[in-house]
Design a protein around this ligand. Structure first.
Ligand SMILES: *Cc1c(COP(=O)(O)O)cnc(C)c1O
Length: 392
């Protein structure tokens, strides 16, 4: 059979129907499942046959979501988690042990930093950060006890990009697990497994849900790695609720059309801001002025839904700008239908020192826009009026 395309898989990758012949996947709100008989129960617990026992282990909605995500990411197996952070945590904690070392990109999500900086040292798992902008330094930072490389690309909020093909080769050369947080790109724009990633992690809370409703995550990847992740999750309990899995599976049906519009709006906003006299610098992966434009074009289908810009006047102007917005939401989330503005220097990254912020590209006046699905003219109008008002 011909291979089907992404949009079709996202809609038609449906598991079997129940005897009710429902068209849309039903919701299975049940904490446990009944056994046919003693032999069936024994066989399920012995992993001799597939089937559901208890929703902490598996549930039809979670399985359906994961099968679809695997198809879309090109991975063999996976597990749905209660949040993106549960995915990040178990993808590392299940495969690492005391004495192991992680090589991570410096620009990772705030809570991922906290896991590496504060939580893992308690169990003697260490890390070294490397800079996305300086790939030449990565190999020399690999230690004899390094087990995993963890990166985010594009990064939050710096929108830096790392060459996944190069990194996949580096990981294989040193026998390391390459773990890629693909939250910003989504499976529609980028498939890290295609470039050699062994694990692909997601916060499904962002563009995958896309409507600001649920928290969720996923760890996808090689069968033998997911086996370990599944064992860890089954016994520690960060499972996704079936309701969230059901919502997220519906969300995937519209991921492609939503991402197309997010990207189109973001590209238009980036172009608009680049010619604005009160804006110092605009960053967007598909802007020719992005330092890694060619690389973004190589490994991403489009530039994504996040644009950052540096407003003239530093931190005070940045705060004034946010207070002057009339339509855009001022919120810490991203990947929503509603456009959202964030000022990382005074909020999400305020705990870093100035030097640490600069190292990951967070300048004092940096504004992050998660470009939503409203009409682009209304988005740019609101941003323009807030830029004008904040200069007064
Ligand atoms: C939001 C986010 C996470 C964490 O996901 P939650 O669903 O909030 O737990 C991890 N990585 C990236 C890049 C994110 O943006």
């Amino acid at each position: 059979m011909e291979e089907r395309n992404f949009e079709t898989d996202a809609i038609r990758a449906q598991s079997e129907r129940t005897p009710y012949r429902e068209h849309s996947v039903p919701l299975y709100l049940t904490s446990s499942f009944v056994f046919d008989d003693a032999e069936h129960a024994r066989a399920l617990f012995a992993d001799e046959m597939p089937g559901n026992i208890y929703t902490r282990f598996s549930n039809p909605n979670n399985t359906e979501l994961i099968q679809k995500l695997c198809l879309l990411e090109g991975t063999e197996d996976g597990i749905a988690t209660a949040s993106g952070m549960a995915a990040m945590y178990i993808s590392m904690a299940s495969l690492l042990k005391s004495g192991d070392h992680v090589l991570a990109s410096r620009s990772v999500f705030g809570s991922t930093h906290q896991i590496l900086n504060i939580i893992f040292p308690k169990i003697n798992i260490t890390h070294t950060y490397a800079d996305l902008a300086d790939p030449g330094s990565w190999e020399s930072k690999i230690q004899p006890n390094t087990k995993m490389i963890f990166v985010e690309t594009p990064s939050n909020p710096g929108l830096d990009i790392v060459d996944l093909e190069w990194l996949g080769k580096l990981a294989n050369k040193h026998n390391l697990i390459l773990n890629v947080d693909n939250c910003f790109a989504t499976p529609y724009l980028q498939n890290p497994a295609k470039w050699g990633a062994h694990l692909v992690t997601h916060s499904a809370t962002k563009f995958i849900d896309g409507q600001g409703r649920v928290i969720g995550g996923a760890v996808l990847g090689k069968k033998e790695l997911i086996k370990e992740v599944r064992f860890f999750a089954r016994h520690t309990g960060p499972s996704m609720s079936p309701f969230n899995a059901w919502v997220l599976s519906k969300s995937l049906e519209t991921l492609a059309v939503r991402m197309d519009r997010h990207c189109q709006n973001a590209m238009e906003l980036a172009n608009h801001l680049e010619s604005h006299s009160e804006v110092l610098k605009v960053k967007y992966p598909f802007l020719p002025s992005h330092p890694q434009y060619a690389l973004a074009k190589k490994q991403m289908k489009s530039g994504g839904g996040i644009v950052t810009f540096e407003i003239k006047g530093g931190i005070d102007r940045g705060r004034k700008f946010l207070n002057s917005l009339k339509m855009l939401s001022h919120s810490a989330n991203l990947g929503d239908t509603r456009s959202i503005a964030t000022h990382p220097a005074s909020t999400t990254h305020s705990k870093l020192t100035d030097t640490e912020r600069m190292a990951v590209g967070i300048t004092p006046g940096l504004i992050r826009i998660s470009v939503g699905l409203e009409n682009i003219q209304d988005i740019t109008n609101d941003i323009d009026q807030a830029i004008a008002t904040s200069s007064l």
